[in-house]
Design a binder for this molecule. Structure first.
Ligand code: ADE
Length: 283
């Protein structure tokens, strides 16, 4: 308590990653809450530095109501702090593990917002590559905020042949396990199919005791949708979880599916305005 980063007073830990911890903080004057992602610069190897600069560069260009906003980056001699929009309603993984599957209506409202975020990212050529329930956050009013751009890349990025295995195996698209070198936006679409299955059933479509078996399930597209899942939702899942990327639904096909079409997204309070530009600054 009492520690300050820029204008922010730092409070307790709310999460952690491989190279980072996340703490809650609030602006000393406006009292706005933020999430501070704290990175120890001395512990970042070359690869981690590359991923971090991608994360910052992707997040700086993203402004969407369903994407966690990067407000600013604060650097000290030993640390980097990413000042992020705060999402205090927990993540999709914990929600489902604690309270079970979502209702059909809650699934539609949540999925429509994830879809809106991903459509927007792809429209500016950013692929997330690590979509999973742990990275789908909620605000306290229930608005979806897609987080963690640590594996994201630009579609046209020549320094990244788009052949890098990123993300979490249970969400990985089949082409990630085959020796294909064009891994583009359909990788995010597949992960959205896994997310959708998880939301409506409370279980994962592809589960196995070993990596080898998981890989086989995913490549063969061997999953079973419980029969009680509504037909329109089953058809959407089947359209997304197609092993051949070219046959997989595109974002617009997902948006136009009959499961989602009657969905009205609720009105959520707007995010607090961000500072003029997320410039790198010293405290
Ligand atoms: N954990 C990781 N990122 C977060 C965020 N932006 N808000 C709340 N908790 C988080």
């Amino acid at each position: 308590p009492g520690r300050r980063v820029g204008f922010y007073k730092v409070r307790g830990e709310i999460g952690y990653g491989t190279f980072s911890r996340v703490k809650m903080a609030f602006h000393a004057l406006t009292k706005d809450k933020v999430a501070l992602k704290i990175l120890d610069k001395t512990r970042l190897d070359f690869q981690a530095q590359r991923l971090l600069s991608r994360e910052i560069s992707s997040m700086e260009s993203l402004q969407h109501p369903n994407v966690v906003r990067l407000y600013e980056v604060v650097e000290t001699p030993s640390r980097l702090y990413l000042v992020l929009e705060y999402a205090g309603g927990g993540d999709l993984h914990n929600r489902i593990c604690n309270d079970g599957k979502f209702s059909d209506n809650a699934s539609k409202i949540t999925f429509a917002q994830i879809l809106s975020a991903i459509k927007y990212m792809h429209s500016i050529n950013i692929i997330h590559r690590d979509l999973k329930a742990e990275n789908v956050l909620f605000t306290s009013s229930g608005c979806v905020k897609v987080a963690d751009f640590g594996f994201s890349t630009r579609v046209s990025n020549r320094s990244d042949a788009l052949d890098t295995f990123c993300g979490s195996p249970p969400y990985a698209a089949p082409e990630l396990f085959r020796d294909e070198c064009y891994l583009g936006p359909p990788v995010d679409v597949w992960a959205m199919g896994v997310l959708l299955f998880f939301m409506v059933t409370g279980t994962m479509p592809f589960r196995a005791e070993t990596m080898g078996k998981l890989r086989r399930c995913i490549i063969e597209g061997a999953y079973t949708i419980p029969p009680w899942v509504p037909g329109p939702c089953q058809r959407l899942i089947k359209g997304i979880l197609k092993p051949v990327p070219a046959e997989r639904y595109a974002i617009d096909q997902m948006m136009g599916c009959d499961w989602l079409l009657p969905t009205q997204t609720p009105q959520y309070p707007p995010s607090p305005p961000a500072p003029p530009s997320p410039a790198l600054r010293r405290p």
